[in-house]
Design a protein around this ligand. Structure first.
Ligand code: HXC
Length: 262
């Protein structure tokens, strides 16, 4: 992993953990098309790097991301947005990256920034983090999945309230409502917690981790019966992996498993 981007930094701060940092401080990490293109390229490079097994996505202490770039969007027309598939490539994050992504959110996570966090597999945040879907105040609506993912996360009534008012919610509330898995007291604790969890995930069998992410994500798409059937198929398939044999034998031998990640 190397830094060949203007607004994105990529590093491997812990073994097998890729860290992607959005770095456009002058605009509070506003997600312009260039930022998203670089973010997609960086995540794809980590997806393709065999030594990386989990990913942390973060911004700065002040802003995870203050939204899509309002100055870029202001002059857009319907036909330009429609013909250019504006925002569609954002979905690469959820639909192309198969390795687990933890969003570490501090400061502002507004509009597209909130939606970007919601695309991640796990959200960790600071208690003071500032989330909102404020698009209504700009005369528009969420466009990167916020109305769908936030509603699945908090239920219809609260999602309606948030999206129709544009009200902010804190990291503490995000944790209480289940939007975030954990809210930390400080930025340093947030980053340490995110990297620690990413490290733990990275130590598990790569094939089992990818399967686990795949089946949990299916729960967002399928009804219960189809989802349970889907899970069982993938569970059966894992009996074809070496790591299932290694993991269960290690248990019987009272040893820790040495995964081959196959
Ligand atoms: C472009 C942005 C920006 C954004 C901040 N900036 N957010 N530029 N797009 N979303 C720029 C400001 O213009 C300013 O640039 C610099 O960042 C610093 O911001 P300030 O406003 O001076 O900082 P502060 O007073 O601390 O206020 C922080 C803030 C405010 C509360 C986060 O910047 C703000 O309200 N930003 C917009 C938040 C928002 O509405 N996001 C949703 C966007 S719509 P200059 O050059 O003046 O120094 C959206 C749609 C998604 O995301 C749909 C599809 C993805």
């Amino acid at each position: 992993a190397e830094n060949k981007y203007e607004f994105i930094q990529v590093s491997e701060p812990r073994q097998a953990v890729g860290l992607v940092t959005i770095n456009r401080p002058k605009a509070l990490n506003a997600l312009s098309t260039q930022v998203i293109n670089e973010l997609n390229a960086a995540l794809l490079s980590l997806q393709q790097a065999p030594e990386i097994r989990s990913i942390v996505l973060t911004g700065s202490e002040r802003a995870f991301a203050a939204g899509a770039d309002i100055k870029e969007m202001a002059p857009l027309t319907f036909s330009k947005a429609y013909l250019d598939f504006f925002i569609e490539s954002w979905s690469n994050l959820t639909f192309t990256i198969k390795k687990p992504i933890i969003a570490a959110v501090s400061g502002h996570a507004l509009g597209g920034g909130c939606e970007l966090a919601l695309m991640a597999d796990i959200i960790y945040c600071t208690k003071k983090a500032n989330f909102a879907q404020p698009e209504i105040t700009l005369g528009t609506i969420p466009g990167a999945g916020g109305s769908q993912r936030l509603t699945r996360a908090v239920g219809k009534s609260k999602a309606m309230e948030l999206i129709l008012t544009g009200n902010n919610f804190s990291g503490e509330e995000a944790e209480r409502w289940g939007v975030a898995a954990k809210a930390f007291d400080s930025y340093d604790e947030l980053m340490e917690g995110a990297l620690k969890t990413a490290e733990k995930i990275a130590k598990h069998s790569k094939v089992a981790v990818q399967a686990a992410k795949e089946v949990v994500n299916k729960s967002q798409e399928l009804g219960l019966r189809d989802g349970v059937d889907y899970e069982r198929r993938v569970f059966h398939a894992l009996f074809g992996s070496q790591d299932q044999k290694i993991g269960m034998k290690a248990f019987a031998d009272k040893k820790s498993p040495e995964w081959v990640h196959e």
